[in-house]
Design a binder for this molecule. Structure first.
Ligand code: BDR
Ligand code: CA
Length: 320
């Protein structure tokens, strides 16, 4: 079974990614980062979630802010707790006594060639781990991120939140040389939980009802702020290549992060041109392809697959 480590900022869709990974993959750890709220809150939320799901999975707390020191939180969409909309249980454990950066390195060393790292919050922990241990990229089977977009952004007209929070960190990840998958807003916004889906969850067991409450809150915030009609399941999409690979299609192409201070800061520049000849005078090529970029999704089957994991949580977890 594929081993995966989730680096996250729960977060409604992060919470869903933790459950989805635990249902279908070998989840070896959860590391936390600032993003949807402060790192203290996202860590507390991660601990509550592993408690709710009864997971025997270590949680390691990570960075409180980005490499450039200018912190931004996503409370606008995820509420004061970072996961408003349902009451989660008090954590039955504490975060382990190791920083997320060291835990990521340790897990990659322990599971050389087997571990997929899934950053689904700002990429600061992962960038610092890559900087601290230059062999890390070669130890990983891959890095599968939720972040960026090939079309419009959500935090600026062109930048997606996880990248926008720490573009310098994203740049380190995209230049790391590790096999890379990127699923961005162009795909994840199609993976939307509807009002009817929320009702289906609300009619389920205790875990399903908690997720129903979370999606209801998130859907309403996305409606108010972005005019969307569904709750986007951004973060679980990063796991799809290892669970139901046929549901998201990817294209291998060059991706660079815009680091300037202007309006394009944080943009994921994806070279979707299909240049057929080498050097031309006026047509500039980018570097070689470094990333599999998500370009298409079977959205309804994917939402149903994620909802099934939530509704059948007890059955699935007992079988594992
Ligand atoms: C990303 O930002 C957060 O709001 C979500 O958890 C997701 O990781 C989407 O832009
Ligand atoms: Ca997230």
């Amino acid at each position: 079974m594929q081993k995966v480590l989730i680096d996250c900022d729960p977060g409604h869709d992060d919470a869903t990614a933790i459950l989805y990974a635990a249902a279908h993959l070998d989840l070896v750890g959860v590391t936390t980062v600032y993003g949807n709220q402060t790192v203290e809150k996202t860590t507390d939320n991660a601990l509550s979630l592993v408690t709710l799901l009864g997971l025997d999975v270590p949680v390691a707390q990570g960075c409180a802010g980005p490499l450039n020191g200018i912190v931004q939180h996503g409370g606008d969409l995820h509420g004061k707790t970072g996961i408003d909309g349902a009451v989660l249980p008090e954590p039955d454990r504490e975060a382990i006594d190791m920083h997320a950066v060291d835990f990521i390195i340790d897990m990659a060393r322990r599971h050389k060639g087997e571990l997929v790292l899934c950053p689904i919050g700002p990429f600061t922990n992962v960038a610092l781990a890559l900087r601290k241990e230059p062999r890390l990229a070669s130890w990983l089977k891959g890095i599968s991120v939720m972040g960026g977009t090939t079309q419009v952004g959500n935090t600026t007209p062109v930048a997606e939140f996880n990248i926008w929070c720490d573009p310098e960190a994203a740049d380190i990840v995209f230049r790391s040389g590790a096999p890379l998958w990127m699923v961005g807003l162009n795909v994840t916004r199609q993976v939307g939980v509807t009002e009817k889906d929320v009702a289906r969850l609300m009619a389920g067991g205790p875990v399903a009802r908690i997720f129903g409450g979370l999606f209801d809150f998130f859907r309403e915030r996305l409606r108010e702020v972005h005019g969307l009609s569904t709750a986007s399941m951004h973060d679980p999409c990063a796991l799809v290549p290892f669970i139901v690979p046929d549901l998201i299609s990817y294209r291998h192409c060059p991706v660079e992060i815009e680091l300037g201070r202007g309006p394009a800061r944080g943009m994921t520049v994806c070279d979707m041109r299909q240049l057929t000849t080498g050097k031309l005078e006026n047509i500039r090529s980018m570097h070689a392809a470094n990333c599999h970029v998500a370009v298409g999704v079977e959205a309804r089957p994917l939402v149903d697959h994620i909802l099934d994991a939530i509704i059948d949580w007890r059955l699935i977890s007992e079988k594992k």
